[in-house]
Each structure stands twice: as structure tokens, then as C-alpha cells.
Design a protein. Sequence first.
Length: 173
Amino acid sequence: MKTTWTLDSAQSDVLLKMRRSRTAYVGGTANKFDGYVNIEDNEIEDASVEFSLDINNKNESFQSIDAYLQLQDFFEEDEHPIISFKSTSFQKVNQNINFFKGDLTIKDVTRVVELDAEFLGENMHNGQKKVAFEIKGNVKREDFGLEYGSFNHANGAALGKDIKIIANLEFSI
């Protein structure tokens, strides 16, 4: 029997990171999003996950980085405020290590990506059953039309070609 677990955005976050030079990253979290995971027969032998992320909802540190680097132009967040992922397949390697392959959409450009998914566990909290995953991977920013000159508007700091995505997702029944 398939069970649908709902994403608890208050207990979850998504971190987006990019290199801004050879030694430093820019990054920040967003936590206004929703999603779900389907788990078959209470076993994580087969799962699907879908989530969407509102990139206009940034934490304070990311807002200051955004202003410094003018990333609102980079993401065109007024026109494309949602980043979404919908898995198309799941591969279990062992009890904790898994892979989701799926469609990642940024700026209305969709590409198939593979993300590592670590199952962090299952527990009860306030009488509610919960499961948690950490999903992470790298994507090429240029694959999604995230073009940026080799130097940005602020002090000539270069941006890297990869975006690291790290999502800590907690779901409840």
C-alpha cells in the first residue's frame, strides 16, 4: 500500500550554494516550499518525492548576499520564483543511501538530474510519525539558463559553474 507523506516546511530547508571565487561559497537557505513523498508498504524500497521552492523566501544571510551579487537578476525571480523537483525513479543502494532521478526546473528550464538521497530515519514527534531525508547534488547552472558574466556586478567576484543543492526534508503522515 502506498502512503503519502506531506513535507513539513517548518522543519525542512533547502540550501543553494555557488562558488564566488576559488575559495569561497555564496549560499543561503529558503524554507517556503511544499512537497510530498510516497512510500510503498512502509518500506523505502520505492519512493517518489516532489517539492517546489519559492526562491523569494530567503533567510536573512541569503538576502544580503542576494543584494550584494544582484542574484535577483540571475534567477529572474520575479518571473520565475519557483524551483521544483519531481522524481521519476528511485534506486536503493542500502538502508541509508539512495538516488532519486527526476526533473529539476529552474527558470522554466527542465533537466533530468540525479540527486543523492540519504534516509535519515523515522520517529514519532508529538504523536505524529515522521521521516527525514537529506537530498543533495550538483547541477550546472548554465544548463538552466543561469548565465552570468564571468565577473559579476560586485568587485569582479567570479561565480562558479555548479550549483550545489542540499535539501533537508522532513515529512509526516
